[in-house]
Structure formats: C-alpha cells, structure tokens
Design a binder for this molecule. Structure first.
Ligand code: ASP
Ligand code: MG
Length: 420
C-alpha cells in the first residue's frame, strides 16, 4: 500500500486535476490511498465565512456563492461528458445546502467548533470532484469519508488523533476488493460525529496517519517544487534540491522555520520506518527528495533556514541579583502556558535572553505577566539565521555586513540573530 498526498496547488484548476489524474494513471496498478486538500485557496475563503457566521454577519451567503460558483466552473471545464459534470455539480450543491441548513439551525456559535463544521467543506468538495473525475476517465476508485475514518478528540481546529479508534476504522474501510481510495486531507471527526480539523496545512499529516495505520510501503507528497531544498530558493538563489534527508534533519529544519512539511507528519512515519518522498507534480520524472531514518552520506550539505519577524526578550531581576534557576523556570513556564515557542535562549549572570516569533498578543501578555518580577526589554525586527552542518566559508558568506546581535552554536548547528 502506498499513500499519496496532493495539495491545493496541484488541483487548482481543470488542467491541474487532469495532470494529477495522469500521474495516478501511471501508478494505477499499485494499491493506494490518495489524500486531497481543498482546491487552491478555498480554505482561506471558508475561514472568512466562519468569521462572518460567528459574528452574525449574513454576508457569508455571498462568500458561499462565490466558492460554489468557482467549483462549478471548474467542474464544467474538467469533465468531458455533460451528465458526469451534472452529477458532480449536484453533489457539491448538496454539500453546500446541507451545511447551510445546519448553520441556520445551529445554536452554538463557538468559533473553533463552527470552524470545524464549516471549513471541511473545501476538502469534501475537492476529494469528491477528483473521485468522480477519475471514474469518468476510467480510473476505478472508491471514496473514503475522512470523517468516518480519522477519529479525533474535540480539540477543534487542532484535533488530536485517537490512534486506536482510527486504526480500527481504517481496517474496516480498506478491503481487498479495491485498489485506489480517495480521501479528504485535513479533516476527521469526534467519536460523537462532529467534524474536526487537524491544523492548517494538515493534509500532510492525514497522509502520515493513513501511512501509519496501513503500514504503508511509502508515502509521497506531490508539490510544485522539485523536492526539499537546502535553503528557501526564493531567498537563496544557489539553493539545491536534497536527494535524501533524514527525518531528524527535516524536523530540525521545520522547527527553525523551513516550510518543508507539516510538523506533525514525521513522527508517525518515523515510528514505523516508512519512507517519505517529496516529488514535483509539474515534473514527475525528477527524482525529488527521499526522507528516511538514516542516510549513508557522510556529511550533509549545509542547510540554511532564515526565520523573519523574530523578537528578542531580555529578562533581568530588578535589583541586579543573579537570575537563578527558579527565575528561569518561571519565565519558561510563562512561554509554555501560552504555547509560545522559544527558538533560542541564552543566560548570563543577570539576564536571560529568549528569541521567539512575533506573536503580537502573546508577547504583550507575557511582558505584562512577568513585569512585576523582572525588568524586560524587547527588540523587534530581527532575523534568525540557522545553519546546520556549517563551515567557516558559509557562515562568513551569510553574516557578512550584517549586524549580529546574538549567536549560538553546537557541533551541528549555528544560529545568528541579526537586525533585519
Ligand atoms: N486545506 C487545508 C489548508 O489549506 C489543509 C491543507 O492544505 O493541507 O490549510
Ligand atoms: Mg493547502
């Protein structure tokens, strides 16, 4: 069994979906589950609907009309036969009508709950369209409903997987009679039957969940780039595609801000030693990047991640006394309570320096909370440059002429905090 994930960009219009179906046709003798994201930017549009809905702004109907009409247009230009297009359109329209009815009757306007009942429409429509289209071009496939398979708790918008229940559900829905299954990414449901979502960009994670539950031989994520680069090619023109990468390296890259893969994706794969392949849907003949547990290569090329909009907070005791471990614990606890990630920290006798993302409300909250105990300074507009497998030449190259405020290194990783 293999798991494939196609993101929103890969199915953004009729031609894109045709391209995806050709990729699937090439592999159609394999057994596979294909995970589909919402088309293009549909999720962003649905988020606007949620906002309008919970604030009792009836303009969400107009937004709905727009989304549905975009999907209809796509269906019209995608399907060859009129009756196939009509069938697909009626399916999409019914999804919208049912959701609309639910919205009118639903008394619970709690934001995260409503989000998870409304936003899944994007994946439900896209996976249905792909499922019907593949059938219309003679690629036999079955549609799986992620809400019947991926079982989660009710931590809406960032639901946690109930692995035992999900494993059981997967085993009851996948059977020897079918080779190709199409399923929504990003969504699941509680045991009580309320839809849930797994966090933005969560379709990678959905694919990893299915890989784990089915002991897949391999998982493939199809992207609009040739693979995983050693640096963001938009910022570093001499970036190269990595042939191979370890899970550990991918996790480190993601932590420091590289948008390689959804952070939750790696663990289920690593646990079962399932390789992950990142490939280009635009150039499927290119080798892409393989993520594995261990690679033979003696040393990696340097991996460079630049994270912008960083904030440096410096804490010290008001009376110039040493900062002891209790003080440090107290500060770190405050970050933990807000789930505000510490990317770098460093301490001196009287001060503690913390680098974190610019999360506006949260930073103000921490400063207010700790203001009585510590004197705090805040420096904004910083870049955090992280280089793994660094050497002198490369660190010189990227720090030359920059104002470095703070640096830190281990044998593998060097980091520079610089004014942007
Ligand atoms: N459609 C969802 C999003 O845009 C999930 C995904 O694309 O993975 O966040
Ligand atoms: Mg997406």
């Amino acid at each position: 069994m293999q798991i494939h994930k196609f993101g929103g960009a890969s199915i953004k219009d009729a031609n894109a979906i045709k391209n995806v179906s050709e990729i699937i046709r090439q592999m159609k003798d394999d057994r596979m589950v294909i995970i589909i994201s919402a088309i293009g930017k549909t999720t962003n549009a649905l988020e606007k609907i949620v906002h309008a809905y919970v604030t009792n702004d009836v303009s969400y109907e107009v937004l709905f009309d727009e989304i549905i009409s975009n999907h209809k247009t796509l269906i019209d230009s995608l399907f060859e036969k009129k009756e196939d297009a009509e069938f697909a359109i009626s399916g999409v329209v019914k999804m919208r009508t049912d959701l609309n009815e639910w919205m009118l009757e639903n008394p619970n306007k709690e934001y995260t709950f409503c989000y998870d009942q409304i936003v899944p429409l994007g994946e439900r429509m896209s996976s249905f369209i792909v499922h019907r289209y593949l059938r219309s071009v003679d690629i036999t496939n079955e549609k799986l409903d992620a809400r019947q398979v991926i079982i989660t708790d009710d931590n809406y918008t960032d639901a946690n997987i109930d692995w035992d229940k999900t494993k059981y559900k997967v085993s009851t829905h996948i059977h020897p009679g079918s080779n190709i299954y199409i399923m929504e990414g990003f969504i699941g449901s509680t045991a009580e039957g309320h839809s849930t979502t797994l966090g933005r960009e969560g379709s990678d994670f959905s694919a990893a969940i299915m890989s784990y539950c089915l002991d897949a031989a391999k998982m493939t994520v199809w992207k609009d780039v040739d693979g995983i680069y050693n640096a963001d090619p938009k910022l570093f023109p001499d970036a190269i595609v990595l042939k191979e990468l370890t899970y550990k390296e991918a996790i480190e890259m993601t932590f420091y801000g590289a948008q390689v893969i959804h952070p939750k994706t790696i663990k289920p794969l690593q646990n079962k030693g399932i390789p992950l392949h990142v490939r280009s849907f635009l150039q499927p003949d290119k080798p892409g990047t393989k993520l594995v547990e261990k690679i033979n290569q003696e040393s990696f090329p340097p991996i460079i991640v630049l994270k912008k909009e960083q904030v440096l907070l410096t804490f010290s005791n008001r009376d110039y006394s040493f900062l002891n471990e209790k003080n440090l614990g107290r500060i770190i606890q405050a970050f933990g309570d807000l789930s505000l990630r510490i990317l770098v920290m460093q301490n001196t006798a009287i001060s503690f320096l913390v680098v974190t993302d610019l999360k506006v409300g949260k930073i103000e909250f921490i400063m207010k909370e700790l203001d009585k105990e510590f004197s705090i300074t805040k420096t904004v507009d910083l870049d955090l440059l992280t280089i793994r497998h660094y050497y002198q030449e490369i660190t010189d190259k990227y720090t030359k002429g920059r104002n470095v405020i703070m640096a830190q290194k281990t044998a593998e990783t060097i980091q520079y905090l610089m004014s942007s």
